[in-house]
Write a protein that binds this ligand. Structure first.
Ligand code: AMP
Ligand code: ZN
Length: 459
């Protein structure tokens, strides 16, 4: 029997066995990127971590029994401003940034909807966009107003926080404490300082949609409402797992919970809440002003995506991670070693229990990777690594890719290897060394073994 999955739940602050609402349909939602610009390496962390969880759930419950929704925020202030600056629509802007994001994360070994969805079957992976779910947002907003949890004021619809006594349950900020600590200056249309925006007026020139009933002017959604709408549409009123970065616990996730629970009259929005820790760079907070802001694209210029994925998964997802050159170099060495072991072996072995078990213990990737490191059997290593999204290609295919990426011409290399062999045959060591240096200058390393000479290009 497969081991029991245990997950640390932000809602209970405890690690507990994961019990799906319906084991024949496990449902998971992750808050995805705001696509206004190139994604940074910190944004890659939740994408990679929750991709691993998706893979693990598919393994434990079966590919047909897991649905993953990872949304795309394609309307917000930054998107509106950037599109206006360029004189294009927000759709044109976000289509472009989303396509670039897809290229980036595919290189990081992240499963994509196309990899797992089958024609004619329930989608297993959906990537809903906020602007495609305005109707669902309006339905929830109007439901909240009707239920007395939201009110219309001055072209806005606001969530009435004091109307929900359990507000603050996820972030463990009791409502009465928040009320006591609230500042005095309140936007004039808010009844309570804690109330948050569900819908707001659009400024001139901003994209806008017909507003919920009671507001004549067109407007646009607040941020939090989109995830209540998209998770409802694709996963239902209550679902199993909701994930995102730790910065989202408050206010984003707290507000999502308030909206969904008060609209649908449910006890929970999602049973299990997972949050990844933050990424910093060489010991410092990543920021444009410090000059250590690294996009995924920057990393991929220097390193294969698989190396970046390994560097990311070496740290447990809830810990902060320090993104360093040393970590990447170490990951590159590990992958070279693994490819050396697996060679071109087929991926048909069972996943070793020694690798699966730590993963089911709240995604203990550090320990799972250490177990992979202990495996000497090529087929077992390949199977264990595949589960984590590594070693998807054969060694030969990887070498070919490396050679192509390095721009090395195979015919030239082979002619030089042949010339070196002739020089060595004639015991002309000086000529042989010259050829070897020429190859080295091209990034090609030559190795003489008992089965002849082999060559490789450093990835
Ligand atoms: P954003 O596009 O800023 O909404 O962020 C998209 C996702 O990336 C969210 O789940 C954030 O929590 C996460 N995120 C943003 N910055 C970092 C970081 N430095 N480290 C880890 N996760 C991050
Ligand atoms: Zn969200």
């Amino acid at each position: 029997m497969a081991p029991m999955l245990r997950l640390y739940n932000t809602l209970t602050r405890q690690r507990a066995p994961f019990v799906p609402i319906d084991p024949s349909h496990v449902r998971m939602y992750a808050c995805g990127p705001t696509v206004y610009d190139a994604a940074h390496i910190g944004n890659a962390r939740p994408i990679i971590v929750f991709d691993l969880l998706f893979r693990l759930l598919r393994h434990l419950y079966g590919d047909a029994h897991v649905t993953y929704a990872r949304n795309v925020t394609d309307v917000d202030d930054k998107i509106n401003a950037r599109a206006a600056e360029r004189g294009i629509t927000i759709r044109e802007l976000t289509d472009g940034t989303l396509a670039a994001f897809h290229t980036d994360i595919r290189a990081l070994g992240v499963l994509m909807p196309d990899d797992v969805n089958l024609a004619g079957a329930r989608p297993r992976f959906v990537e809903p966009r906020a602007t495609d779910h305005i109707a669902e947002m309006i339905t929830i907003i109007e439901g909240l107003v009707q239920a007395g949890h939201a009110y219309v004021a001055d072209g806005h619809v606001l969530f009435d926080v004091p109307s929900m006594p359990e507000y603050g349950g996820l972030s463990k900020r009791p409502l009465d404490e928040m009320e006591a600590g609230a500042r005095v200056e309140v936007a004039p249309y808010k009844r309570s300082q804690l109330d948050f925006v569900l819908w707001k007026p659009a400024k001139p020139g901003e994209p806008s949609w017909p507003s919920p009933s009671g507001i004549a002017e067109p407007g646009r959604p607040g941020w939090h409402i989109e995830c209540s709408a998209m998770s409802w549409k694709h996963l239902g009123r209550t679902f199993d797992i909701h994930a995102g970065g730790i910065d989202l616990i408050f206010p984003h996730h707290e507000n999502e919970v308030a909206q969904s629970r008060c609209c649908f009259g449910t006890d929970v929005m999602a049973n299990v809440w997972l949050h990844n820790g933050f990424l910093q760079v060489e010991g410092e907070k990543m920021s444009k002003s410090v000059g250590n802001f690294i996009t995924i694209r920057d990393v991929l210029k220097d390193w294969p995506g698989e190396v970046a994925r390994l560097a990311m998964l070496k740290t447990h997802y809830r810990q902060p991670i320090d993104w360093t050159l040393r970590g990447l170099e170490e990951a590159a060495r590990t992958l070279d070693r693994w490819y050396g072991i697996v060679g071109d072996v087929a991926a048909d072995a069972a996943i070793p229990a020694s690798v699966l078990e730590p993963l089911t213990d709240d995604l203990n990737t550090a320990s799972a990777l250490a177990e992979l490191h202990r495996l000497a059997d090529p087929a077992a290593l390949k199977a264990g690594a595949n589960l984590m999204g590594f070693l998807d290609q054969t060694k030969s295919a990887r070498d070919q890719g490396t050679i192509r990426a390095a721009g090395v011409d195979v015919a030239t290399v082979e002619a030089l290897i042949e010339a070196r062999r002739a020089a060595r045959g004639a015991k002309d060591w000086a000529a042989s060394d010259r050829v070897r240096d020429e190859l080295l200058a091209m990034g090609v390393t030559v190795k003489d073994g008992k089965d002849g000479t082999t060559w490789s290009v450093a990835p």
